[in-house]
Design a protein around this ligand. Sequence first.
Ligand code: HEC
Length: 150
Amino acid sequence: MRAGLTEDPIVIIRYALGLAAMILALGATAEPTAEQRTAIEDRIKPIGEVCLQGDSECGGAAVAASSGPRSGEDVYNSACMACHGTGAGGAPVLGDVAAWADRIAKGNDALYASGINGVPGTGMIAKGGCMNCSDEEINAAVDYMVAGSQ
Ligand code: HEC
């Protein structure tokens, strides 16, 4: 029997499949519509945008400059309250007028020195352990405690 192209069903099916694959491939590579294009661009755009100093259009507020020294209250809350809010280790408690009276009588300079250098032999370590606090910030925290304890 002569195997003719059109007589062989398997070959016909192969051709049909090949044709179908080509049509599918053409469909897949078709140009997206403008709408699809924006949607795609939207999905693949970078999350952040680089903006150079001086650019006016930077989206969002300019990076805030260093906000300056922390307030006495902030420093107290983060670095001093653990002891001075509870009396731990014999720390004079904020608001305890009697505990602070004699200390306040020594004057601000003495208290600032204690805040910055600590009180040797007691739980009052230098800067209350806040080693990234500036002297200025420690003094503000001392002021805050003194103001709240007389
Ligand atoms: C680990 C506990 C602890 C922490 C934290 C701490 N203190 Fe104290 N502080 C003490 C103790 C205890 C005393 C009492 C020392 C003494 O016997 O005179 C004291 C005393 C003081 C005094 C009085 C010192 C004097 O000369 O009478 C000041 C002022 C003071 N602390 C400031 C601060 C400041 C400001 C901070 C936070 C930046 C702070 N302390 C954090 C434990 C602490």
